[in-house]
Design a protein around this ligand. Structure first.
Ligand SMILES: *Cc1c(COP(=O)(O)O)cnc(C)c1O
Length: 396
């Protein structure tokens, strides 16, 4: 997955353009910038690649989720449905705007279970936020039907699945809003960065203003711009956007490498009786950023993780015990621990997660092993890895 593995002259050339002009800010300084508008250019390329009308770059994927929610008018006390298996950014972004994260089970797609979503809807629900974990997607068709019936927004977190598709649409473009991260370990990296994509003109305009202190970006002089509503600073810098511009042009190249390496590993495991691959919903194509599979039970999966490590097969994850990606270790959320007081709505409405039953998620995540697909592996590396994985798993 990480784009930093293949880093070189194209990235350097883009960054040098910015350094030569000395304009590190994405707005203004028109006379000094030698025609370089890296953030603006990356927004155009990204919107084009994701087949949407608009892209708004921001400072991180977490910022993208926050800005996406804010741009659609989600605020204090609104409930946002999110999965138990994700990155902490999901609830961070929801809490940042005073909304309430409602955790919901995942199924054998390792993403939101449509049935569990349906069961979690209340009169306060505003958004369903599926997270396309580890390169593959939630059942977007089923989720969209639920959102249409209940008049909810569908916000896709495609931070780990850039380049995947559903019904031939790029992941992130299927819902009302989609978010990407370009942090240091993502398929396309800027160092730090993120983006919101949408076909909705007013969400785009809101995201543009909200991510820059509410500036309306009308007129020539930044000092004279007005601020129709409160915002924050979630801007990306020209330096980061420059790196992203070089990387996004290489997305198809990265995806082809991921698919090739993934396929070799998958073929080595597919005939093993104890391996069941995660389900990709009908109509979906993965980005091949990870290969994820279920073993028969939690004990076997834990053992597999240990044995793969011993055999020198790195970059395989057992998310069930992971501090960042699964609800079991989110003590700070469960105990509602922030530095200051949480907004009243959040404090009152946040369910007591320590009493929640997520055994359906545990059934899947407890049995899951996910292996990162790297871009820098040689063919020999991949074949050797495939052999070692098959050896370890067939002996469990
Ligand atoms: C990386 C990631 C994010 C957040 O991105 P940052 O750019 O690191 O803030 C959000 N969601 C998922 C699923 C991620 O993997």
């Amino acid at each position: 997955m990480p784009g930093f593995e293949l880093f070189g002259d194209k990235e350097r050339k883009q960054v040098n353009d910015v350094l030569d002009s000395g304009v590190l800010m994405r707005y203004g300084f028109d006379g000094m910038r030698n025609g370089h508008w890296k953030a603006l250019e990356l927004e155009k390329v990204l919107a084009d690649k994701m087949q949407v009308k608009h892209a708004q770059l921001v400072s991180s994927g977490t910022a993208a989720l926050t800005v996406a929610l804010a741009s659609a008018g989600v605020g204090a006390g609104d409930e946002v449905i999110m999965p138990t298996f994700t990155f902490v950014a999901s609830f961070e972004s929801i809490l940042a705007i005073g909304a309430v994260p409602i955790l919901v089970d995942v199924d054998d797609t390792l993403a939101l279970s449509p049935q569990a979503v349906e069961n979690a809807i209340t009169e306060r629900t505003k958004v369903v936020m599926p997270v396309h974990m580890c390169g593959s997607m939630a059942d977007l068709k089923a989720l969209k039907a639920i959102c249409d019936t209940h008049n909810l927004l569908l916000l896709e977190d495609a931070c780990q699945a850039i380049g995947g598709t559903f019904e031939n649409k790029p992941l992130g473009s299927y819902g009302d809003l989609g978010c990407f991260s370009f942090d240091y370990v993502k398929t396309v990296t800027c160092g730090e960065g993120g983006a919101v994509v949408t076909n909705n003109d007013s969400y785009k305009s809101n995201a543009d203003h909200y991510s820059d202190h509410g500036h309306d970006h009308v007129g020539k002089d930044r000092g004279a711009e007005t601020h129709p509503f409160l915002g924050y600073n979630y801007r990306i810098s020209e330096l980061h956007a420059a790196v992203g511009l070089a990387q996004i042009e290489r997305l198809d190249e990265f995806l082809a490498i991921q698919k090739k390496n993934y396929t070799i590993l998958r073929e080595a495991l597919q005939d093993l009786p104890n391996v069941q691959f995660r389900r990709v919903p009908e109509g979906g194509e993965e980005s091949y950023a990870f290969l994820s599979f279920f073993l028969p039970d939690t004990v076997t999966a834990k053992k597999a993780h240990t044995e793969l490590g011993k055999a020198g097969v790195d970059a395989c994850f057992y998310w069930y015990d992971n501090n960042w990606h699964y609800y079991r270790e989110w003590q700070h959320l469960i105990e509602k621990k922030s530095l200051g007081k949480l907004p009243t709505e959040v404090h009152q409405q946040l369910p007591d997660y320590s009493k929640s039953d997520f055994s359906a998620s545990d059934q899947w995540v407890g049995r899951t092993i996910s292996c990162l697909i790297k871009l820098g592996w040689s063919q020999d590396d991949v074949k050797e890895r495939a052999q070692k994985m098959a050896d370890v798993i067939s002996k469990l």
